[in-house]
Design a protein around this ligand. Structure first.
Ligand SMILES: Nc1ncnc2c1ncn2[C@@H]1O[C@H](COP(=O)(O)OP(=O)(O)OP(=O)(O)O)[C@@H](O)[C@H]1O
Ligand SMILES: [Mg+2]
Length: 237
Protein backbone atom coordinates (compact mmCIF):
# COMPACT_ATOMS: atom_id res chain seq x y z
CA UNK A 1 0.00 0.00 0.00
CA UNK A 2 2.78 2.49 0.84
CA UNK A 3 4.36 1.79 -2.50
CA UNK A 4 1.33 3.32 -4.15
CA UNK A 5 2.80 6.82 -4.23
CA UNK A 6 5.96 5.58 -5.92
CA UNK A 7 4.20 3.30 -8.40
CA UNK A 8 1.74 5.93 -9.53
CA UNK A 9 4.48 8.52 -9.72
CA UNK A 10 6.29 6.38 -12.30
CA UNK A 11 3.10 5.87 -14.27
CA UNK A 12 2.88 9.55 -15.15
CA UNK A 13 4.92 10.11 -18.25
CA UNK A 14 7.51 12.87 -18.16
CA UNK A 15 6.57 13.88 -14.63
CA UNK A 16 9.16 16.19 -13.18
CA UNK A 17 8.13 15.84 -9.55
CA UNK A 18 9.26 13.14 -7.17
CA UNK A 19 5.97 13.04 -5.28
CA UNK A 20 7.01 10.49 -2.69
CA UNK A 21 9.98 12.67 -1.81
CA UNK A 22 7.80 15.78 -1.66
CA UNK A 23 5.50 14.03 0.79
CA UNK A 24 8.45 12.84 2.86
CA UNK A 25 9.60 16.45 3.03
CA UNK A 26 6.12 17.53 4.07
CA UNK A 27 6.17 14.88 6.82
CA UNK A 28 9.57 16.11 8.02
CA UNK A 29 8.43 19.74 7.92
CA UNK A 30 5.44 18.86 10.08
CA UNK A 31 7.61 16.93 12.54
CA UNK A 32 10.00 19.84 12.86
CA UNK A 33 7.36 22.56 12.89
CA UNK A 34 7.49 22.68 16.67
CA UNK A 35 10.08 21.74 19.25
CA UNK A 36 7.79 22.69 22.12
CA UNK A 37 4.53 21.01 21.28
CA UNK A 38 3.60 17.55 20.16
CA UNK A 39 2.76 17.32 16.42
CA UNK A 40 0.68 14.21 16.33
CA UNK A 41 -2.79 15.23 15.21
CA UNK A 42 -2.75 17.15 11.92
CA UNK A 43 -5.72 18.32 9.88
CA UNK A 44 -5.91 19.46 6.30
CA UNK A 45 -8.19 22.27 5.18
CA UNK A 46 -8.39 24.99 2.51
CA UNK A 47 -10.45 27.99 1.45
CA UNK A 48 -12.98 26.51 -0.95
CA UNK A 49 -14.01 23.08 -2.26
CA UNK A 50 -11.92 21.16 -4.78
CA UNK A 51 -8.47 22.52 -3.91
CA UNK A 52 -6.93 19.12 -3.16
CA UNK A 53 -7.37 18.62 0.62
CA UNK A 54 -8.45 15.00 0.48
CA UNK A 55 -5.61 14.12 -1.89
CA UNK A 56 -3.07 15.72 0.45
CA UNK A 57 -4.64 13.94 3.44
CA UNK A 58 -4.56 10.47 1.87
CA UNK A 59 -1.06 10.82 0.40
CA UNK A 60 0.34 12.20 3.64
CA UNK A 61 -1.27 9.35 5.59
CA UNK A 62 0.35 6.79 3.25
CA UNK A 63 3.79 8.39 3.61
CA UNK A 64 3.39 8.62 7.40
CA UNK A 65 2.59 4.92 7.55
CA UNK A 66 6.03 4.22 6.03
CA UNK A 67 7.56 5.63 9.18
CA UNK A 68 5.04 5.24 12.00
CA UNK A 69 3.62 1.96 13.15
CA UNK A 70 0.04 3.03 13.68
CA UNK A 71 -1.32 5.87 11.55
CA UNK A 72 -4.96 6.91 11.53
CA UNK A 73 -6.68 8.79 8.70
CA UNK A 74 -10.07 10.23 9.69
CA UNK A 75 -12.55 11.52 7.13
CA UNK A 76 -14.10 14.47 8.94
CA UNK A 77 -15.68 15.82 5.78
CA UNK A 78 -19.07 14.51 6.80
CA UNK A 79 -20.79 16.43 4.01
CA UNK A 80 -18.62 15.26 1.11
CA UNK A 81 -16.62 12.25 2.25
CA UNK A 82 -14.22 10.61 -0.24
CA UNK A 83 -11.60 8.62 1.66
CA UNK A 84 -13.65 5.40 1.55
CA UNK A 85 -13.69 5.68 -2.26
CA UNK A 86 -9.96 6.36 -2.47
CA UNK A 87 -9.07 3.36 -0.34
CA UNK A 88 -11.95 1.27 -1.69
CA UNK A 89 -13.45 0.46 1.68
CA UNK A 90 -17.02 0.57 2.88
CA UNK A 91 -18.48 3.68 4.50
CA UNK A 92 -21.46 1.96 6.05
CA UNK A 93 -20.12 2.58 9.51
CA UNK A 94 -17.58 5.21 10.51
CA UNK A 95 -16.96 8.31 12.61
CA UNK A 96 -20.59 9.39 12.98
CA UNK A 97 -21.58 5.89 14.13
CA UNK A 98 -18.67 5.69 16.54
CA UNK A 99 -19.78 9.00 18.03
CA UNK A 100 -23.19 7.49 18.77
CA UNK A 101 -21.50 4.75 20.77
CA UNK A 102 -21.94 5.53 24.47
CA UNK A 103 -18.62 4.02 25.45
CA UNK A 104 -16.63 5.43 22.49
CA UNK A 105 -15.30 1.98 21.71
CA UNK A 106 -11.94 2.44 20.04
CA UNK A 107 -10.82 -1.16 20.05
CA UNK A 108 -8.44 -1.13 17.07
CA UNK A 109 -9.26 -4.69 16.12
CA UNK A 110 -12.89 -3.71 15.64
CA UNK A 111 -13.17 -4.00 11.84
CA UNK A 112 -16.56 -2.39 11.99
CA UNK A 113 -15.01 1.01 12.60
CA UNK A 114 -11.38 0.76 11.52
CA UNK A 115 -10.37 -0.32 8.04
CA UNK A 116 -6.83 -1.59 8.50
CA UNK A 117 -4.45 -1.50 5.52
CA UNK A 118 -1.04 -3.10 5.80
CA UNK A 119 1.97 -1.17 4.60
CA UNK A 120 3.86 -3.14 1.92
CA UNK A 121 7.28 -1.90 2.88
CA UNK A 122 7.12 -1.97 6.66
CA UNK A 123 5.30 -3.74 9.45
CA UNK A 124 3.07 -0.76 10.05
CA UNK A 125 -0.62 -0.18 9.40
CA UNK A 126 -2.76 2.61 8.09
CA UNK A 127 -6.11 2.73 9.84
CA UNK A 128 -8.97 4.48 8.07
CA UNK A 129 -11.95 5.82 9.96
CA UNK A 130 -14.45 6.77 7.26
CA UNK A 131 -17.11 9.44 7.82
CA UNK A 132 -19.92 6.94 8.46
CA UNK A 133 -23.67 7.40 8.13
CA UNK A 134 -24.86 10.80 6.96
CA UNK A 135 -25.86 13.07 9.82
CA UNK A 136 -28.04 16.18 9.61
CA UNK A 137 -25.77 18.21 11.90
CA UNK A 138 -22.06 17.67 11.12
CA UNK A 139 -21.00 20.88 12.84
CA UNK A 140 -22.69 19.89 16.08
CA UNK A 141 -20.96 16.52 15.98
CA UNK A 142 -17.51 18.00 15.26
CA UNK A 143 -17.87 20.76 17.88
CA UNK A 144 -18.97 18.41 20.63
CA UNK A 145 -16.99 17.52 23.73
CA UNK A 146 -17.45 13.91 22.75
CA UNK A 147 -15.48 14.51 19.56
CA UNK A 148 -12.68 16.09 21.64
CA UNK A 149 -12.77 13.11 23.96
CA UNK A 150 -12.55 10.76 20.98
CA UNK A 151 -9.47 12.51 19.59
CA UNK A 152 -7.89 12.35 23.07
CA UNK A 153 -8.45 8.60 23.11
CA UNK A 154 -6.98 8.26 19.62
CA UNK A 155 -3.86 10.13 20.75
CA UNK A 156 -3.15 7.32 23.17
CA UNK A 157 -3.62 4.60 20.56
CA UNK A 158 -1.97 5.99 17.43
CA UNK A 159 1.45 7.33 16.52
CA UNK A 160 0.13 9.77 14.00
CA UNK A 161 -3.33 11.07 13.05
CA UNK A 162 -4.30 12.86 9.83
CA UNK A 163 -7.72 14.47 9.49
CA UNK A 164 -9.42 15.33 6.19
CA UNK A 165 -11.54 18.47 6.73
CA UNK A 166 -14.11 20.48 4.80
CA UNK A 167 -13.10 23.91 3.46
CA UNK A 168 -13.18 27.00 5.70
CA UNK A 169 -15.39 29.27 3.58
CA UNK A 170 -18.17 26.79 2.80
CA UNK A 171 -19.07 25.55 6.28
CA UNK A 172 -17.83 26.12 9.79
CA UNK A 173 -16.68 22.55 10.52
CA UNK A 174 -12.99 23.24 9.94
CA UNK A 175 -12.54 25.47 13.01
CA UNK A 176 -13.73 23.03 15.72
CA UNK A 177 -11.79 20.20 14.09
CA UNK A 178 -8.64 22.34 13.86
CA UNK A 179 -9.03 23.26 17.51
CA UNK A 180 -8.56 19.66 18.62
CA UNK A 181 -5.50 19.22 16.39
CA UNK A 182 -1.86 20.09 17.06
CA UNK A 183 -1.40 21.69 13.67
CA UNK A 184 -3.34 22.60 10.54
CA UNK A 185 -2.10 22.38 6.97
CA UNK A 186 -3.69 24.93 4.67
CA UNK A 187 -4.00 23.81 1.03
CA UNK A 188 -3.94 26.32 -1.82
CA UNK A 189 -4.54 25.40 -5.44
CA UNK A 190 -2.42 27.12 -8.08
CA UNK A 191 -5.48 26.90 -10.34
CA UNK A 192 -8.43 27.78 -8.15
CA UNK A 193 -7.42 29.63 -5.01
CA UNK A 194 -8.19 33.32 -4.86
CA UNK A 195 -5.51 35.12 -2.84
CA UNK A 196 -7.88 37.42 -0.97
CA UNK A 197 -10.27 34.59 -0.10
CA UNK A 198 -7.34 32.51 1.14
CA UNK A 199 -6.18 35.40 3.34
CA UNK A 200 -9.70 35.73 4.79
CA UNK A 201 -9.85 32.02 5.54
CA UNK A 202 -6.42 32.04 7.16
CA UNK A 203 -7.43 35.03 9.28
CA UNK A 204 -10.61 33.28 10.28
CA UNK A 205 -8.63 30.23 11.38
CA UNK A 206 -6.10 32.32 13.29
CA UNK A 207 -8.81 34.43 14.99
CA UNK A 208 -10.23 31.17 16.29
CA UNK A 209 -6.93 30.10 17.78
CA UNK A 210 -6.05 27.55 15.08
CA UNK A 211 -2.37 26.67 14.78
CA UNK A 212 -1.69 26.84 11.04
CA UNK A 213 1.71 25.24 10.55
CA UNK A 214 2.05 25.67 6.80
CA UNK A 215 0.65 25.55 3.30
CA UNK A 216 0.71 23.00 0.51
CA UNK A 217 0.36 24.27 -3.05
CA UNK A 218 -1.50 21.90 -5.36
CA UNK A 219 -2.36 21.73 -9.07
CA UNK A 220 0.90 23.29 -10.11
CA UNK A 221 1.65 23.18 -13.83
CA UNK A 222 4.26 20.49 -14.36
CA UNK A 223 6.18 22.71 -16.75
CA UNK A 224 6.74 25.27 -13.99
CA UNK A 225 10.16 24.79 -12.42
CA UNK A 226 9.50 27.18 -9.60
CA UNK A 227 6.93 25.32 -7.56
CA UNK A 228 6.43 22.02 -5.85
CA UNK A 229 3.52 19.85 -6.80
CA UNK A 230 2.43 16.59 -5.27
CA UNK A 231 1.18 13.18 -6.19
CA UNK A 232 -2.22 12.97 -7.77
CA UNK A 233 -3.84 10.23 -9.77
CA UNK A 234 -7.31 10.38 -11.23
CA UNK A 235 -7.82 6.62 -10.84
CA UNK A 236 -8.09 7.17 -7.12
CA UNK A 237 -11.38 9.05 -7.41
N1 LIG B 1 -2.31 18.20 -7.49
C1 LIG B 1 -3.39 18.06 -8.24
N2 LIG B 1 -3.33 18.30 -9.55
C2 LIG B 1 -4.42 18.17 -10.34
N3 LIG B 1 -5.63 17.80 -9.89
C3 LIG B 1 -5.76 17.53 -8.57
C4 LIG B 1 -4.65 17.65 -7.68
N4 LIG B 1 -5.08 17.33 -6.44
C5 LIG B 1 -6.39 17.03 -6.54
N5 LIG B 1 -6.79 17.14 -7.81
C6 LIG B 1 -8.15 16.93 -8.34
O1 LIG B 1 -8.96 17.98 -7.83
C7 LIG B 1 -10.23 17.48 -7.43
C8 LIG B 1 -10.44 17.75 -5.96
O2 LIG B 1 -9.48 16.99 -5.22
P1 LIG B 1 -9.73 16.65 -3.71
O3 LIG B 1 -10.96 15.81 -3.56
O4 LIG B 1 -8.47 16.15 -3.15
O5 LIG B 1 -10.03 18.11 -3.19
P2 LIG B 1 -10.78 18.61 -1.89
O6 LIG B 1 -10.20 19.95 -1.57
O7 LIG B 1 -10.73 17.57 -0.86
O8 LIG B 1 -12.25 18.79 -2.43
P3 LIG B 1 -13.57 18.97 -1.52
O9 LIG B 1 -13.53 20.36 -0.98
O10 LIG B 1 -14.67 18.74 -2.51
O11 LIG B 1 -13.53 17.94 -0.43
C9 LIG B 1 -10.26 16.01 -7.77
O12 LIG B 1 -10.87 15.85 -9.02
C10 LIG B 1 -8.80 15.63 -7.83
O13 LIG B 1 -8.64 14.58 -8.73
MG1 LIG C 1 -12.23 16.60 0.24
Amino acid sequence: MADKVNKKKKSRKGNQFDYAEIYRQLRTNIEFSSFENEMKVINITSTTPNEGKSSVASNLAIICSDKYEKVLLIDCDLRKPVQHKRFKVTNKVGLSNMMKDKELDINLTNDLYFKRLRNDTSASHLYILTSGSKVPNPQELLSSNKFKELIQKFRKEFDYIIIDCPPVSAVSDAVPVSNVCDGTIFVCSAKETNKEDAKDSLNQLKRNGVHVIGCVLTKVEETSKHYYGYYYNKNEE
